[in-house]
Design a protein around this ligand. Structure first.
Ligand code: NDP
Length: 445
C-alpha cells in the first residue's frame, strides 16, 4: 500500500464517525500523490504525513450558561489547534447545532493549507460549539460567549492562537468574546481575536473580505480564459456574511446575481438580488428569507434546496459544507455553467468536485477562493501590532493583491506537476509545500 493510502486508512481507523474530516484529508492527500511518490522514503522516515493529519492540540470543554427563563443549559466547546509551523494558530469559531469534533477537525485541517496559501505567517486552527445563536436573545448569546471564553482564554493569545468568526459567529459574538477575554486577563490584547468591531481594533474591509476576495479571484480566473465578469449571470447560496459581500462585489463588477438561500429555502429574483433588502433582512432584523418577497413581490421564494437548478454562467456556493452534490453539478453543467468558485468551506461533495474537473468546468476550491477572509484577519493583526488603522482602500487593495498572487501560485503549482487547470491540486500542493518546508526546518515536533 502506498504511504498516502496507509495514512488515509489510519485516519479513518483512528477517527471513526468523522466523515467530513476523512473527506478533507482524502482530498488533500490525493492531490499530494505527485509530490509524495517522488519523496516517499524521506517523508516516511520523519512521519511527515502522520504529523500533518494529527492536530498539535485538541481542546473539548463544557460550556454552561443560563437562558432567559433561568434554566441552565449545557453545550460543548471545541478548539482544534492543528498546525503552527508557519505562524500562530489562526481560524474561526463556528456556532451551529451541527458542530462536532469531526467538523471542527475538517475545518482546522483545511485552514492549515488555506492560511499557507495567503503567504502570511498564520498557522491553522478551528473551534466552535453546538450552541445555536438563532432565536436567542442578546443576553443569552452574551452569557454563552462569556462562558465559552472563560475556558478558551487559557489556550489563546496574539502570538499563540487567534480565533475569528465563522457560521453563527458575527460581530456581536466577537464583541462579547473579546470583552470577556479582556475582563479575565486584565489586558487589552487587540490581536487575540479578529473580526472585531471598528470601535475597538477591527479592520475596515474585514466584514467584506471573504466575499470580495472570492470575486477578485474569480475575475482573475476568468481573465486567464479571456472572459470578464461583467454581464455574467451568477447564482449564490447562503445569505450570511460571505454570501452578502460576494453578491455586493459581483454587482459592483457588473454581474447579475439571481439567487441566495438560507437553511429553510431560497430566492430566485430574475431581475437581480436587491442587496439593500437582503442586508435589512439578515443584518438588521435577523429574519428568515421568506421576508424577501415583502420587498420584491416579483421574486420567487422556494422552500428546501434548489439554487443549483437555476441556469447561470457562474455558481458561488457560500453556505456550508457538502451543499452542492453530484446531481447539482450535473444540473449546473447541463445549464451551461462556466465556472464554480467556493465561498464556503468544502461546499461541493467530492463527487461534485471530480465531476467539475472531469467535465471542463472551471473550479476554484474554497481553501483558495475564500482565503481573502483569513488574509484580511492577518492584516487586522498587523494593524493591531502597529496600533494604527488602515483605510478601507488600503486594506481592499492589499486583499485584491493577495488574491491575484494566490491565483498565480496555485496556477503555477498545478502546471509544475503537469496538472494545468486543476486548481484543487494546485491549491493543495502550493499550501502543502510551504508548511512542509517549515515543518522540516523546525525538527521533529
Ligand atoms: P453565516 O453564519 O454568516 O451565514 C451562513 C449562511 O449559510 C446562512 O445563510 C445560513 O442559513 C446558511 N447555512 C448554514 N448552515 C446551513 C446548512 N446546514 N444548510 C443550509 N444553509 C446553511 O456564515 P458565513 O457566511 O461566515 O460562512 C459561510 C461559509 O463560509 C462557511 O462554510 C464558512 O466556514 C465559510 N467561510 C467564512 C469566512 C468568513 O470570513 N466569514 C471565511 C472563510 C470561509 P441560516 O441562517 O438559515 O442558518
Amino acid at each position: 500500500m502506498s504511504y498516502i493510502d496507509e495514512v488515509i486508512a489510519q485516519v479513518i481507523r483512528e477517527n471513526p464517525a468523522e466523515p467530513e474530516f476523512h473527506q478533507a484529508v482524502r482530498e488533500v492527500l490525493d492531490s499530494l500523490r505527485v509530490i509524495v511518490d517522488r519523496n516517499e522514503a524521506a517523508m516516511r522516515r520523519v512521519a511527515l504525513l502522520e504529523r500533518l493529519v494529527n492536530p498539535e492540540r485538541q481542546i473539548k470543554f463544557r460550556v454552561s450558561w443560563t437562558d432567559d427563563s433561568g434554566q441552565v443549559r449545557v453545550n460543548t466547546g471545541y478548539r482544534v489547534q492543528f498546525n503552527s509551523a508557519i505562524g500562530p494558530f489562526k481560524g474561526g469559531l463556528r456556532l451551529h447545532p451541527s458542530v462536532n469534533l469531526g467538523i471542527i477537525k475538517f475545518l482546522g485541517f483545511e485552514q492549515v493549507f488555506k492560511n499557507s496559501l495567503t503567504g502570511l505567517p498564520i498557522g491553522g486552527a478551528k473551534g466552535g460549539s453546538d450552541f445555536d445563536p438563532k432565536g436567542k436573545s442578546d443576553r443569552e448569546v452574551m452569557d454563552f460567549c462569556q462562558s465559552f471564553m472563560t475556558e478558551l482564554c487559557k489556550y489563546i493569545g496574539e502570538d499563540t492562537d487567534v480565533p475569528a468568526g465563522d457560521i453563527g459567529t458575527g460581530a456581536r459574538e466577537i464583541g462579547f468574546l473579546f470583552g470577556q477575554y479582556k475582563r479575565i486577563t486584565g489586558s487589552f490584547e487587540g490581536g487575540v481575536l479578529t473580526g472585531k468591531g471598528l470601535s475597538y481594533g477591527g479592520s475596515l474591509a474585514r466584514r467584506e473580505a471573504t466575499g470580495y476576495g472570492l470575486l477578485y479571484i474569480t475575475r482573475q480566473l476568468l481573465r486567464t480564459r479571456g472572459l470578464e465578469l461583467a454581464d455574467k449571470t451568477v447564482s449564490v447560496s447562503g445569505a450570511g456574511n460571505v454570501a452578502i459581500y460576494a453578491i455586493e462585489k459581483a454587482q459592483q463588477l457588473g454581474a447579475k446575481v439571481v439567487t441566495c438561500s438560507d437553511s429553510n429555502g431560497w430566492i430566485y429574483d430574475p431581475e437581480g438580488i436587491d442587496l439593500a433588502a437582503l442586508k435589512t433582512i439578515k443584518e438588521v432584523r435577523r429574519q428568515r428569507l421568506t421576508a424577501y418577497t415583502d420587498f420584491r413581490p416579483n421574486a420567487e421564494y422556494h422552500s428546501g434546496r434548489g439554487v443549483w437548478q437555476v441556469p447561470v454562467d457562474i455558481a458561488l456556493p457560500c453556505a456550508t459544507q457538502n451543499e452542492l452534490t453530484l446531481d447539482d453539478a450535473r444540473a449546473l453543467k447541463a445549464n451551461g455553467v462556466l465556472a464554480v468558485a467556493e465561498g464556503a468551506n468544502m461546499p461541493s461533495t467530492r463527487e461534485a468536485t471530480d465531476y467539475f474537473l472531469e467535465n471542463g468546468v472551471l473550479f476554484l476550491p474554497g481553501k483558495a477562493a475564500n482565503a481573502g477572509g483569513v488574509a484580511t484577519s492577518a492584516l487586522e493583526m498587523s494593524q493591531n501590532s502597529e496600533r494604527r488603522p488602515w483605510s478601507f482602500e488600503t486594506v481592499d487593495h492589499k486583499l485584491e493583491d493577495i488574491m491575484i498572487r494566490l491565483f498565480a501560485n496555485i496556477d503555477e503549482a498545478a502546471r509544475t506537476y503537469g496538472l494545468e487547470g486543476n486548481y484543487v491540486a494546485g491549491a493543495n500542493i502550493a499550501g502543502f509545500e510551504r508548511v512542509r518546508a517549515a515543518m522540516n526546518a523546525q525538527g521533529i515536533i
